[in-house]
Design a protein around this ligand. Structure first.
Ligand SMILES: Cc1cc2nc3c(=O)[nH]c(=O)nc-3n(C[C@H](O)[C@H](O)[C@H](O)COP(=O)(O)OP(=O)(O)OC[C@H]3O[C@@H](n4cnc5c(N)ncnc54)[C@H](O)[C@@H]3O)c2cc1C
Length: 384
């Protein structure tokens, strides 16, 4: 069974969806259990995906990328996460920082930083969150102090995906007062002196993906590495997150599909009282309830994707889809584990992995409480 039917996916993104599904069958799913158990970052699978033009491809065509739209991104991400959340996140985030550069960088900056990502030669990241809390973006304390033709960055970032393996990351830092107009974005090569990453260990899920705590000790970057005007960082990041949150809704959809498919299979195979467990009406109802949640979340996600692509109140639609789809994934994975009985409590089962992985997307890229604040604030019919 594959619940990720192509019907909701726009025609133009169906080929790339099929390629991602094939890649997932060949390279992701067979390695899922091992990477979940060891937590090893999937460098070899990333290289394969780069070579296949499936990782690092979210770069405009003029800079060597595949010119994917958000619909391509979502179609691919659903498939990655259905196969494995941790490997899926690692594959998706190869061009995480590149997307920020594509959205906010000048032509010169894009020409400098994007072609190597599109060629599959580098890995990128984006560091906004700090140990003191990720939700309050106007309260971050890492500073970038101007000294002549350079900025000097000091502070600490937390949970930065690819923070150890990335070749460069985009860093969100304070360049003025700690208020919305007091932050800027910088491209920071990770080879620079004073860039000190340490991998975060002990994660309950998404184990194959890599996150780091990074200490910035007087890291000097040329002023030409600043993306956009000084003070524009908060606003640029907010626009970027509208795209990212559609992808994160896709994380929820992929994980929900995986959990529900596993639950269906298990209750139809498992025999109790001389009949399959699926003969029990309450079991059937739980499957159907999960399917209702899944289809509603997926339809909303694709609807929201269209709104974000056309610039129609993107903050409202992206936050609505992100909070709903990630919550649905948590609920569906919880049901799947329950229907597996004791087997669902073993880490190697697909349902258990989806259950552990599904806790993450409702927290990252803005916790769901923040998404609801955003949706309320951007309510389309709201009187201003
Ligand atoms: C696997 C993973 C990958 C990540 N990758 C990156 C990355 O690449 N780059 C990056 O910058 N960050 C990254 N993050 C960080 C992530 O974005 C943050 O964890 C997230 O924004 C929440 O911040 P926090 O963990 O500091 O929680 P806090 O900000 O401390 O919030 C804690 C909780 O308080 C509640 N809360 C917060 N604000 C409100 C509110 N306004 N109203 C009601 N309740 C509220 C919510 O329940 C929230 O979960 C990643 C995190 C994970 C787990």
């Amino acid at each position: 069974m594959n619940l990720l039917t192509p019907s909701l996916v726009p025609e133009g993104a169906r080929d790339v969806k099929a390629a991602a599904a094939e890649f997932a069958d060949e390279h992701v799913r067979p390695n899922s259990t091992e990477h979940d158990a060891t937590g090893e970052y999937p460098r070899e699978i990333i290289r394969e995906a780069q070579a296949a033009g499936l990782a690092g491809s979210y770069v405009p065509e003029e800079y060597g990328g595949a010119g994917w739209t958000l619909a391509h991104r979502l179609a691919v991400v659903e498939e990655w996460f259905r196969a494995d959340g941790g490997i899926g996140l690692a594959l998706q985030l190869v061009d995480f920082g590149a997307k920020v550069v594509a959205m906010t960088g000048s032509e010169e900056q894009q020409a400098e930083w994007l072609p190597p990502v599109a060629a599959g030669d580098v890995i990128t990241g984006m560091a906004a969150t700090e140990p003191s809390g990720g939700s309050d973006l106007a309260g971050m304390t890492t500073t970038a102090r101007r000294e002549g033709d350079e900025y000097v960055i000091d502070g600490e970032k937390y949970w930065t995906s690819n923070g150890v393996d990335a070749d460069w990351i985009v860093v969100y830092a304070q360049t003025g007062e700690p208020e919305h107009s007091g932050y800027s974005l910088f491209v920071v090569p990770t080879e620079l002196d004073g860039y000190e990453p340490e991998e975060i260990t002990g994660k309950m899920g998404l184990r194959a993906s890599q996150q780091a705590r990074i200490n910035f000790d007087g890291v000097r970057v040329p002023a030409s590495n600043r993306l956009g005007a000084e003070g524009s960082g908060f606003y640029n990041l907010a626009s970027f997150f509208n795209y990212g949150r559609i992808a994160v809704a896709g994380h929820g959809i992929g994980l929900a599909a995986s959990a529900l498919e596993a639950a269906w299979e298990y209750v139809h195979d498992r025999e109790l009282y001389d009949e399959p467990v699926s003969d029990k009406q309450t079991v059937r109802h739980r499957l159907v309830e999960s399917r209702e949640q899944f289809e509603a979340a997926r339809a909303l996600t694709w609807e929201a994707c269209e709104h974000v692509m056309t610039g129609d109140n993107p903050a409202f639609w992206a936050s609505l889809a992100k909070s709903h789809a990630t919550r649905a994934a948590e609920d569906i994975a919880q049901t799947a584990v329950q229907l597996h009985g004791g087997e669902g409590l073993r880490e190697e089962t697909r349902a258990n992995r989806a259950y552990r992985d599904a806790k993450y997307p409702s927290i990252y890229e803005g916790a769901n409480a923040i998404q609801r604040d955003l949706a309320y604030g951007h309510w389309p019919e709201r009187e201003r």
